[in-house]
Design a protein around this ligand. Sequence first.
Ligand SMILES: *Cc1c(COP(=O)(O)O)cnc(C)c1O
Length: 422
Amino acid sequence: MTDATAPITREQCEEADRNDPLAGLRARFALPEGIVYLDGNSLGALPRDAVARAADVVSREWGADLIGSWNKNHWFALPLRIGEKIGRLIGGGAGECVATDTTSVNVFKAVSAAIRLQQQDAPARRVIVSERENFPTDLYIVEGLMALIDRGYSLRLIDAPEDLDAALDEDVAVVLLTQVNYRTGHLWDMREATDRIHAAGALAVWDLCHSVGAVPVAVADAGADFAVGCTYKYLNGGPGSPAFFWVAERHLDRVETPLTGWWGHDRPFAMTDAYAPAPGGRRFLVGTQPILSMATMEVGLDMHLEVDQEALRRKSLALTTLFIRLVETRLSRHPLTLITPREEAQRGSHVSFRHPEGYAVMKALIANGVIGDYREPEVLRFGVTPMYLGHTDVWDAVETLRRVLDEELWRAPEFQERDAVT
Ligand SMILES: *Cc1c(COP(=O)(O)O)cnc(C)c1O
């Protein structure tokens, strides 16, 4: 598939799948027959081994070993042990990363901690910069934090990635960016953006929710200050599996958490009167961890640690490029507008198109076995997870989309009504 103008056939896609060195990974996921799952960027698929792990942690560790499991089955160390693994995956060092809480809560902790560092180093800086197009929870959390600290802090939102430089001045304390945009799939060059943020005297907090597990991440190499992200998307951790929190080594000796719970205490079981922070990233734990979902999440994470992230990235780009080409060559008479960057270096692992009837089109598509999702406004979003999808899946998905549009299947009344989760 090198000639960008020649039409692509299903046979070529099958051939590409036969030559795909990562094709064997799919059998390790419990995907139902007869569907194409293009929503692994919202909820990753179930790794088969996670079923046995979940059963074991429930029946044996909880059921039989009961409270002894905190020591015997190492529950207490779980957020650190898994945090180390995530740290390795995102290019961080030992003791800098913990698995814990949700991304929303971790954004709160990271931005607060970054503000506190700046209060010591550059107290006049009181602006937080982020993107208007950021995932809403990141902005909601920062707004809540601003209201809480109430000392003249404000949020400055940029409308497009090119506006970052103009927003960086001597008032900016912290910049909160999401490496891959959840709607458009735009990918920041983390190192280059972090350099600009640092040159302006601000600290960089990165949200990796839509990049970890699909795009190679190197937080330390990029010079990031903090990073957070979730594990239930491309890492296949399971619904609501714990998120992660990473802080750069250079901040470890003085960084403070705003949520001083007992799990972040130096000696939680000493039950002392005064709070004393644990060393390293452990201080960013708050309370008792969700052991069942954390244990289950480790299975998907371990698979990612086995796989070469560069190979995964190459496959992801091959599939998203194929998706775009097929839509643009085979569905060109329909009003689909690509909102994902064409430039591969600026693209994450999903592709999005606007369509005026986007919501009904997506519902009709799902009813026909192709599971993507819909995001306001009018956006059809297709997550292309290189772990378990192939070229033929992309072909079949685009063909189903063509049928939904050609035959106007989306016009059926049952596709017009909105569900609570889209
Ligand atoms: C998915 C996602 C979240 C989700 O946050 P939760 O607290 O896990 O619900 C946050 N930020 C971004 C950028 C996301 O893509």
